[in-house]
Design a protein around this ligand. Structure first.
Ligand code: ADP
Length: 276
C-alpha cells in the first residue's frame, strides 16, 4: 500500500462509526482539521476529484453496479456546498442527486422507504441523497410526527433495506456532516443578513435549532444502530468547509476504489486497428 493509500485508509477509519463501540457525538470535534493544511487540502481535493472522475467513468462504462452517497446534517452544515464542490467536474450523466423534503402527494400514501427506493441510483450511476430515509428516524422522531412504537422499528427496516441495495449491487455510504451549534448560528445569521442567501432561510430552521439536544440524541441513535460494514456511517467535521469537502471526497474515493469498477470487454479486432 502506498503512503497516499495508507493515509486515505487511516482517515476513513478514524471517521467511521464502529459497530462494536458506543457512539458519543461529543467526542467528534466539528472543527477538527484532521491534521490537514488548508492550502494543501484544496490542492489535494483537485487530485482526489481527478481520481474519482476516472473511477466514475469506469463505473458508468461497467454498468453493473452503483454507489449511493447519503448526506445527512443539521441545517446549514453544508450539504449543498459539499455536493457542488465534490461533483463539479464529474460527468453529469453519471450522477443523480435526489433531495428529500417534507413528504407530500403520493409519498404520504406509501411507506416511508417508497420514495427513497424509487430514487436509488440505477446501474452505473453515483447517487447522492440530500437528506434521506434517515429523516424518518430524525425529524419524525424529534418532532413526534409518529409514536415511538412506529419509528423505533425503522432502524431494522433501514438496515434490511440497505442490505438489499448492497446485495443487489448498490454500495451505500453515509456521511453525517457534523457542524457545531455555534457555527450553525453564524451561518444562519449570514443567511438572514445576505440578500443572496436569504432564500435558504426558513423560520422552521430556528425551531429545529431549539431542539438541538434532541436531534443530537436522534442522530447518535441512528448512526450507532445503522452503521454496518455494508453501509457504514462517517462523522465528518463540518465547521470548516475545506475539511468537510476533502473528507467526503476521500470517503467517496475510498469506496469507489474498493469497488474496483471494470471497463467492459472490448470488441474483437480493435487492438492495433488503424482508423482511416
Ligand atoms: P434543506 O434544508 O435540506 O436545504 P428544505 O429547506 O427543503 O431543504 O428542507 C427540507 C425539510 O424537509 C427539512 O426540514 C426536513 O427535516 C424535512 N423533511 C425531510 N424528510 C422528511 C420526512 N420524512 N418527514 C418530515 N419532514 C421531512
Amino acid at each position: 500500500m502506498s503512503t497516499k493509500d495508507a493515509s486515505l485508509a487511516s482517515v476513513i477509519e478514524s471517521l467511521r462509526v464502529k459497530q462494536d463501540k458506543p457512539l458519543k457525538l461529543s467526542d467528534h470535534d466539528p472543527a477538527a482539521t484532521l491534521g490537514w493544511d488548508k492550502e494543501a487540502a484544496k490542492l489535494e481535493l483537485e487530485d482526489v476529484k481527478v481520481r474519482i472522475d476516472v473511477l466514475q467513468q469506469r463505473l458508468f462504462a461497467e454498468e453493473q453496479r452503483s454507489l449511493l452517497l447519503v448526506l445527512q446534517a443539521m441545517d446549514a452544515a453544508g450539504k449543498d456546498g459539499t455536493i457542488r464542490n465534490i461533483l463539479a467536474g464529474l460527468n453529469p450523466a453519471g450522477i443523480k442527486v435526489s433531495s428529500f423534503g417534507v413528504p407530500g402527494g403520493p409519498e404520504v400514501q406509501h411507506d416511508y422507504l417508497w420514495r427513497v427506493h424509487a430514487a436509488a441510483p440505477s446501474k452505473g450511476l453515483i447517487g447522492i441523497f440530500n437528506r434521506s430515509h434517515y429523516e424518518d428516524v430524525l425529524v419524525v422522531r424529534v418532532k413526534q410526527f409518529v409514536p415511538k412504537s412506529v419509528w423505533s422499528k425503522r432502524y431494522d427496516h433501514i438496515k434490511a433495506f440497505e442490505e438489499l441495495l448492497d446485495d443487489e449491487g448498490t454500495k451505500v455510504v453515509k456521511c453525517f456532516l457534523n457542524v457545531s451549534q455555534d457555527e450553525q448560528r453564524k451561518r444562519l445569521q449570514e443567511r438572514v443578513d445576505d440578500p443572496e442567501k436569504r432564500w435558504k432561510f426558513r423560520m422552521g430552521d430556528l425551531e429545529d435549532r431549539k431542539l438541538w439536544p434532541e436531534f443530537q440524541e436522534a442522530y447518535t441513535d441512528a448512526l450507532a444502530k445503522t452503521s454496518t460494514d455494508k453501509a457504514p456511517w462517517y462523522v465528518v467535521p463540518a465547521d470548516r468547509n475545506w475539511v468537510r469537502n476533502l473528507a467526503v471526497a476521500k470517503i467517496l474515493l475510498h469506496h469507489l476504489e474498493e469497488m474496483k469498477p471494470q471497463l467492459p470487454p472490448e470488441e474483437e479486432g480493435i487492438d492495433g486497428l488503424v482508423v482511416t
